[in-house]
Design a protein around this ligand. Structure first.
Ligand SMILES: *[C@@H]1O[C@H](CO)[C@@H](O)[C@H](O)[C@H]1NC(C)=O
Ligand SMILES: *[C@@H]1O[C@H](CO)[C@@H](O)[C@H](O)[C@H]1NC(C)=O
Length: 361
């Protein structure tokens, strides 16, 4: 592509993203005044190209209004929990149990039905024999997404104060704990993470780093969607072998084969057509079962914050934006609008600004 058209393309994409953000914030306003039980995002929202000239000035007041006068609607949260339970049982679907399979069983990939793999001996031995959640009721839970919006948020202490903390894709916490906290009760790990963040465990150094990261989880749950899509089977196997060799305390969980369809089915009935829900949306859907109050941090699929400052895609690496490209399997802006609407209704709390210390009495 000649440099001229690349710059033009970049400008266009930036404009679109800015319009999406402005639009999202306008939707919050609507959501706060009207209580809808249906989560239909405005179908025109992604394509509207006439910015509301007044909306730019709203951006800052929005954030403070969000934090100043916002309450959980427990009636709504209970309705959502019951509704989700019609599609899946998060406690059971959180992991395949050892008693339900045998080593050598053939498993078809959820997204590639024509390809299959086997339950390896290692995987079999590391499957839980009972559902991996110790407690089925937590007062407040945090789900921590990986957006760069967390940098300089100082949300770490607040995140760590929740009763149960869920993180995504084995994101590093040590060097970022002031902003992201360090407590982890459940963390997801897509097979690709073994390659992207841990050099496929091919050298001693990578194996040492991986072991170190997992040790920090103590006996938390490592949730590995091993059978979602084809391609990661050796990576999962290498990771599990290492866990076994080192006798690590971390408890492995592998989501049930029906989970994806169930989650997708639930959101479809809410008119949110998501082909492949992101890890974050999976975690929200599951956590409604065992958390009364759900707080989401680090969910911000835009390259600029509400004040216009650049935001990294992940808080910890150099990956760049793919959310709005058609090649990405996830539909982050749609998911984000959905979560925003739920936030406006009091079903969950989305934290996108910096955190404050609690008032001292
Ligand atoms: C919260 O909102 C209610 C109703 O809109 C209003 O009466 C109240 O003064 C607000 N409280 C604060 C702290 O802003
Ligand atoms: C809470 O949600 C329920 C169910 O959607 C709704 O009927 C009720 O009006 C909401 N309460 C408040 C205070 O918004």
């Amino acid at each position: 592509m000649p440099p001229g058209s690349r710059a033009l393309l970049f400008a266009l994409v930036t404009l679109l993203v800015v319009l999406l953000i402005v639009d999202d914030l306008t939707q919050v306003e609507n959501a706060q005044t009207a209580v809808h039980t249906e989560l239909t995002p405005d179908p025109s929202s992604g394509t509207r190209l006439t910015p509301d000239p007044s909306s730019g000035t709203h951006l800052n007041s929005h954030q403070s209004r969000d934090t100043g006068n916002w309450t959980f609607n427990h009636t709504l949260a209970n309705l959502i929990r019951k509704d989700i339970l019609r599609f899946l049982d998060p406690v059971r679907d959180l992991s395949i149990l050892r008693g339900a399979v045998s080593p050598g069983d053939t498993v078809h990939y959820v997204l590639d039905r024509h390809s299959s793999t086997h339950i390896s001996d290692t995987l079999y031995r590391l499957l839980p024999s009972a559902p991996p959640l110790r407690r089925l009721h937590h007062h407040s839970c945090a789900i921590v997404g990986n957006s760069g919006i967390l940098l300089d948020s100082r949300c770490g202490p607040e995140i760590d104060r929740h009763d149960f903390v869920i993180r995504c894709n084995l994101a590093p916490v040590e060097e970022f704990s002031a902003d992201v906290g360090s407590r982890t009760d459940l963390v997801t790990m897509n097979p690709s993470v073994v390659q992207r963040a841990f050099g496929d465990l091919q050298t001693e150094e990578w194996r040492r780093r991986f072991t170190h990261r997992l040790k920090a989880l103590g006996d938390g749950v490592l949730w590995v969607p091993a059978f979602m899509a084809k391609g990661g089977e050796e990576r999962v196997e290498w990771a599990l072998q290492l866990i076994q060799e080192q006798g690590l305390e971390v408890r492995t969980a592998v989501p049930s084969l029906r989970l994806l369809h169930a989650v997708r089915g639930y959101w479809l009935t809410k008119h949110v057509p998501i082909k492949r829900p992101s890890t974050g949306l999976f975690m929200y859907t599951l956590a409604t079962r065992f958390c009364s109050q759900l707080h989401l941090y680090g969910f911000w699929p835009f390259p600029r914050d509400p004040r216009g400052a650049p935001v990294k895609y992940h808080y910890y690496d150099r990956l760049t934006y793919q959310y709005t490209s058609s090649s990405s399997p996830h539909t982050m802006p749609l998911e984000y609008r959905t979560l925003r609407t739920l936030h406006g209704q009091g079903a969950l709390r989305l934290h996108t600004g910096p955190c404050e210390e609690p008032p001292t009495h």
